[in-house]
Design a protein. Sequence first.
Length: 164
Amino acid sequence: MRRNANTPKKSNPTTPKSERKAHKGHSLGRLPKNEAAIKLAKELELRNSCQMQVQRDVDREARQRYLAALSEARLKRAEKKIVTELSKIEGLEHQIQLDKVKTMRGKDVLSRTYMVEARYDEKQRNLNQMLIDDRMHPRYSQPQPMKMPHIHTSPNHSYSEDDY
């Protein structure tokens, strides 16, 4: 019997339809449609759950970094307030000291002693202020060249950290 060009080719009735489609290059293999769909759904669900877990981990790490940066900023702000208040207190103490010296100025030895102490206190206050400023805004200096160790020829000398 001769087949007309317009009539479709009859398939082998013994081969299931899903297997016939698999031969045409489908990526699902020889699985029936519903099993392939179930397998694909499971793989997609696994991939999505892995992606969600990774996203949760990234979000958790970002939140921890944010909270750490926030607490660090709060600490710096509190430290700056403390340093400011300390410098105000030191300024007031210094002013009180100067007022005491002004009231005690005279020609006796005791008043001159107070004046010397006031000058010393002012130098000490300036030194403290420099230390506070260095702590808030550290200066970066040039690296110092390495020093050669002091070599002692005496056999009984024990080396200490001061020798270097």
